[in-house]
Design a protein around this ligand. Structure first.
Ligand SMILES: Nc1ncnc2c1ncn2[C@@H]1O[C@H](COP(=O)(O)OP(=O)(O)OP(=O)(O)O)[C@@H](O)[C@H]1O
Ligand SMILES: [Mg+2]
Length: 250
């Protein structure tokens, strides 16, 4: 279980997260929705402690990590797999080395074990024959799959997907949704999917959280989100343009 409690984060004079509290249940997939710029990626980076926060707490498996140093954070971070928005593959490394990276950095696996694990993860994402290709030779959808294989390499208990389908065509998006489903079925991982793709959310969400102005605006099952009569939820479901008129109104 990951608990963020009263988390606040400012950039300069701008408050991005404002006393944000969410519980991400063990073994479940929580989808975090919200408009562009509302702080979804920042929230993931605060949990990973890639960025510091201003106040609040981050509790992971009942361990309060709020005051943890870099070195104390390392073993926790090792247990977290992150698919970054935009994939963020290492351009100068081939596919094999991209997926092997965390294993080389964070485990004592020998070369034979690394080869077997990379092969297993690339097979899982149906990219087994791409080991020697460079990221620049791959389509956006293929890059997402490789980034997913890299996030899974270490068999982490926590997996974060930041906009896994953004920028992909509907068919490729669907294959990524299917892969996330497979991760759900094949692991007991606690999964956070950050997205504004409602189609994707509908496929993978067990719980939905909608952020607005740095706070949780709605939190319930995805079915409840789908049928909610809450005005902002209804507007969010119906698309961005209407939300702008909502903001003018309030
Ligand atoms: N390192 C940073 N320095 C300054 N401002 C930042 C930094 N990272 C994020 N921000 C600001 O924080 C706000 C939230 O950014 P964030 O990337 O979390 O949005 P998001 O909800 O993930 O949006 P999107 O859906 O477009 O990915 C934005 O206004 C952004 O400009
Ligand atoms: Mg983002």
């Amino acid at each position: 279980m990951i608990k963020v409690e009263n988390l606040s984060k400012d950039f300069g004079s701008k408050r991005v997260l404002d006393n944000l509290s969410i519980e991400f249940e063990t073994g479940k997939t929580t989808v975090v929705l919200g408009r562009s710029g509302c702080g979804k990626s920042v929230m993931l980076k605060l949990i990973l402690r890639l960025l510091p926060f201003d106040s609040g707490r981050v509790v992971i498996d009942n361990i309060d990590t709020t005051d943890f140093s870099e070195s104390k954070m390392m073993p926790i971070r090792r247990n977290m797999g992150m698919l970054f928005q935009g994939s963020a593959l290492f351009d100068s490394m081939n596919v094999f080395e991209n997926v092997a990276y965390t294993l080389r950095e964070h485990t004592r696996m020998n070369e034979t074990e690394i080869k077997a694990r990379v092969h297993e993860k690339l097979s899982f994402v149906e990219m087994a024959d791409t080991e020697l290709m460079m990221p620049s030779e791959l389509s956006g959808g293929m890059q997402k799959r490789i980034a997913l294989a890299r996030a899974l390499a270490n068999n982490p208990d926590y997996i974060f997907f930041d906009e896994p389908t953004t920028g992909l065509d509907p068919i490729t998006s669907q294959t990524i949704n299917e892969l996330i489903k497979r991760v759900q079925v094949h692991t007991d991982a606690t999964i956070i999917v950050v997205t504004h793709d409602l189609e994707s959310a509908a496929h993978v969400a067990q719980k939905a959280v909608l952020l607005y102005n740095g706070k949780v605006h709605f939190e319930d099952t995805y079915d409840a989100f789908r049928s909610s009569e809450n005005e902002f939820v209804k507007l969010f479901r119906s698309g961005g343009k209407v939300i702008e008129s909502y903001e003018r109104k309030y």
